[in-house]
Design a binder for this molecule. Sequence first.
Ligand SMILES: C[S@@+](CC[C@H](N)C(=O)[O-])C[C@H]1O[C@@H](n2cnc3c(N)ncnc32)[C@H](O)[C@@H]1O
Length: 331
Amino acid sequence: MKRRLLDWLACPACRGAITLTRGAPEADDIHDGELACGACLARYPIERGIPRLVPPALDAEVRATVERFGYEWTRFAEIRPEYEAQLLGWMAPVGKDAFAGRRVLDAGCGKGRHLRLAAAFGAKEVIGVDLGPAVDAAAQNTADLDNVHVVQGDLTRPPFRLESVDLIYSIGVLHHLPEPEAGFRALSPLLVPGGRFVAWLYAREGNGWVLALVDPARRLTSRLPLRLVSGLAGVVTVPLWIALRVLYAPARTRPRLARTLPYASYLTDLAPFPFREVHSIAFDHFLAPVAHYIARARVERCFAEGGLTLESLRWHHANSWAASGTRPEAP
Ligand SMILES: C[S@@+](CC[C@H](N)C(=O)[O-])C[C@H]1O[C@@H](n2cnc3c(N)ncnc32)[C@H](O)[C@@H]1O
């Protein structure tokens, strides 16, 4: 943990100021130590270079969600070049320029694949927060970047000071919360007035097949051992990958073929990915105990509950929402 990260941290229990109570006090990078809240006296460890500001009582479903994603991201930890175009697709019309010189928070950073991109887009400081063991993969994947920080914490009780970041993005995370609105309510006060919030979410609209087949299967597979789920996802990936190569890859340049294929907008984008990446995407859909497919009106409500002004709500790939808004300037 870089020492200057202390400027952003706050106690997740009471929002009190956090100080370093153990760990080389002069070091710029603290590998092992302890943080403490000056107000409620709660203590939080720094382990393997990551401050672990995890609230004491976690709901069993939330714990299972983040543990299971942690397994995915530590098993499929690699960073691929395709992630840049994918992230820009999920965020558009917000683009790279939104990062330049900004303090940025990645809410639910997983293995940290977007932290590297945020830094490359010119962010001043980037903080990734995730509640699960994925933080260890994120820290390893960003260890060479001086302006990237990784924190273990719950985004519904975020361990950060209010009004301390300029841009929050959350990709594929808020629909896995028991109540997605709670994520918006908790994160938005971290933005400075005028700061921007970008979220990519599963849509209810356009996901008929997923709601009919994948979601009922997920309710079962999310209770099964992860090695078994990964194996089952591998089996599902075989026909999917063949379809991607045989049908969806040619459809990228043949619009008439694309019009005849289901989920063409989404699956033509996946066609260039290698088998292993498609396997990880399939695995991702079967492991989570909670997955909401969110209707447009509910996305609007999430932004409103966060006190955010919704500026763009785009139906991405005709099966998900790319939404962005801002925290209003103070009157
Ligand atoms: C589908 S993954 C997306 C990861 C990353 N945004 C990406 O696109 O690569 C969802 C992530 O959200 C994290 N997560 C879920 N609930 C969370 C919470 N309450 N606080 C912080 N992270 C959470 C999970 O641990 C998981 O890594």
